[in-house]
Design a protein around this ligand. Structure first.
Ligand code: IMP
Ligand code: MG
Length: 173
């Protein structure tokens, strides 16, 4: 595996995003960060601490069938509190096709959110999805892992983002 985005670069970008969000939502009547599990758990925790405003934290769990074009997105759980009247910021690990984000955003709008915007750590333009209003980094058309992102539930605990090689990337390779 090859490091693509270092822990330091992530920390710096998260701080920038936190400042931008704090500025943009200064007058919000109620900001809720809704993290999409499981991939956003690192980003959600760090981003929340970079935001200098009162904020509620919630989560949703979705399962997307990535490899399959136009594949279904299954809703598993959450959000756990009503989002009615709230300014919701959907926190994602990566947008590829954009199907997961669209499904989650639709559900939050249907729940009566005052606004729904997207903050994604990574955006893979080759996937065809639109970036979030807040986007951390663009990534190439390759499978990335780490800082929350997995391959078969492995690698989520890497403190950096890495690209797996063609062979699937043996740990430590
Ligand atoms: P989308 O619905 O195509 O935008 O897919 C988004 C979801 O697919 C993400 O939330 C990830 O769980 C997964 N995904 C897409 N690309 C990657 C990748 O390169 N590494 C790990 N997971 C990915
Ligand atoms: Mg995933």
């Amino acid at each position: 595996m090859r490091e693509l985005i270092s822990a330091g670069a992530i920390a710096m970008r998260v701080r920038e995003l936190g400042h931008e969000i704090s500025r943009d939502y200064r007058d919000s009547p109620g900001l809720v960060l809704v993290g999409v599990l499981r991939g956003s758990f690192c980003f959600l925790a760090d981003l929340a601490r970079a935001i200098d405003l009162p904020v509620r934290i919630d989560v949703m769990a979705l399962r997307s069938y990535a490899g399959e074009t136009g594949g279904a997105v299954e809703m598993l759980a959450g959000p756990f509190d009503p989002v009615e009247g709230a300014d919701v910021l959907l926190v994602e690990d990566i947008i590829e096709r954009g199907a997961t984000t669209a499904r989650a955003a639709g559900m939050l709008m249907a729940g009566g959110a005052r606004s729904v915007e997207v903050c994604t750590l990574l955006w893979k333009p080759s996937g065809g999805g639109t970036p979030g209003r807040y986007t951390g980094f663009e990534v190439p058309d390759a499978f990335v892992v780490g800082y929350g992102l997995d391959l078969d539930q492995q690698y989520r605990n890497l403190p950096f983002v890495a690209v797996l090689d063609e062979a699937g990337g043996a740990p430590g390779a």
